[in-house]
Design a binder for this molecule. Structure first.
Ligand SMILES: Cc1cc2nc3c(=O)[nH]c(=O)nc-3n(C[C@H](O)[C@H](O)[C@H](O)COP(=O)(O)O)c2cc1C
Length: 371
């Protein structure tokens, strides 16, 4: 298919306020779902290839590349995103009750860096709306091995001491509709949220979440859903091992690293004072370093989903060689459009041909183990 996105971006999208452009993109994807456009979107995807299939958390993934949380906050565009070739989608962050998020403007493009800064603060239609959206999904539009994760957050006005209840309530409400859950304690735009990464909070948070998961599994009569924890790149190096150990002790099945950063390294001075979280290429090295440290600490026990600055097969494979078993992206999709996943995955296969590896899992952590 001819990829008109670069032209569309240059002529139209970049002239529109970023949040409106995002809405327009979602409307486009929804229209494809409604009006028979999925076969068209599928032409952007790479062909399935056994070298990229992964089995993790008891789930089968068609490939290691997923949509990071925040792209489809209210689960509106799942069939379209799968049609574009992603192996998994993490919807959300969803909060228990609906909330508007922070005041606008709250999303900025940094075109020279191909980066974004966002201070959205979890705008969410809430758990009930998420449940309805997922129940209404036309399952015939979904690939058999499309994995759906739900990223969970607390409401802004829930005190930290009661945050554990928010996460447990979300799990109880959404368990039948998710393949896995991610606890988000790492967004910089909800005051105090990242304090939940401290061991004292984390212990209670994970205990309550695990109780809710066990209870939901019994009610459903099936296996417990995997629970992941998404971490901030702004945790100092020396705190990463203890946080990872606490997560492991709390029973998580994996870690997601990383969320956006409040650091402004690699950003032109004019943009440095924007509030919120930075994503895209300037985040890439820090994310990879965090993946590396986490892999060293808990890599033998639980898989890591690597996210931050991935925009090419080279980037994705470097996160994998650092220790990620799967990767996710957000910002690269904003600048790259519908061809993003297909391009990265077919380029990964070209690398597999050239380097003669038979399965992507052979690469996980090789750079970190080497020292
Ligand atoms: C506009 C925007 C909104 C985001 N919203 C969320 C969110 O709701 N929950 C979350 O866990 N991460 C959120 N993220 C973080 C991404 O999931 C991802 O961790 C981060 O952007 C780094 O990946 P990237 O460099 O590929 O964008 C958001 C990122 C952006 C750019």
């Amino acid at each position: 298919v001819p990829d008109i996105y670069p032209t569309l971006y240059r002529t139209l999208l970049r002239r529109i306020a970023p949040e409106r452009a995002h809405r327009l993109g979602l409307v486009g994807l929804r229209s494809a779902q409604r009006f028979g456009g999925l076969p068209f979107l599928r032409r952007f995807a790479a062909a399935d290839d056994s070298r990229l299939q992964c089995r993790l958390f008891g789930l089968s993934f068609a490939n290691p590349l997923g949509v990071a949380a925040g792209m489809d906050k209210d689960a509106e565009a799942i069939p379209a995103l799968f049609a574009l070739g992603f192996g998994h989608i993490e919807v959300g962050t969803v909060t228990p009750r609906p909330q508007p998020g922070n005041d606008r403007p709250r999303l900025w493009r940094l075109p020279a860096e191909r980066a974004l800064v966002n201070a959205l603060g979890f705008p969410s239609r809430g758990a009930h709306a998420m449940k309805t959206a997922l129940e209404r999904l036309d399952r015939t539009q979904l690939p058999v091995n499309g994995v759906l994760g739900i990223n969970l957050g607390k409401n802004r006005d829930t005190p930290l001491q009661e945050a554990a209840t928010d996460y447990a309530d979300l799990i109880s409400a959404l368990d039948p509709l998710a393949d896995y859950f991610t606890i988000n304690v790492s967004s910089p735009n909800t005051p105090g949220l990242r304090e939940l990464q401290q061991a004292t909070y984390l212990r209670e948070l994970l205990a309550k979440a695990k109780d809710a998961l066990a209870q939901a599994a019994r009610a459903r009569g099936g296996p417990e859903r995997p629970l992941l924890l998404k971490l901030s790149p702004d945790l100092p190096d020396e705190q990463l091992p203890p946080v990872a150990e606490a997560a492991l002790a709390g029973g998580v099945s994996g870690l997601v690293a990383t969320n956006t950063t409040i650091e402004r390294e690699g950003v032109a001075p004019a943009w440095r004072s924007l509030p919120g979280g930075l994503s895209g290429p300037p985040l890439k090295e820090r994310s990879r370093h965090v993946i590396k440290l986490l892999y060293r600490t808990v890599g033998d026990h639980v898989p890591i989903i690597g996210v931050g600055g991935v925009g090419s097969a080279t980037d994705a494979l470097a996160h994998i060689r650092a220790g990620a078993s799967l990767v996710q992206l957000y910002t690269a999709f904003v600048y790259g459009g519908p061809a993003t996943a297909g391009k990265i995955l077919s380029d990964m296969l070209a690398v597999a041909d050239a380097e003669k590896w038979s399965h992507v899992s052979e690469l996980v952590g090789v750079d970190t183990r080497r020292g």
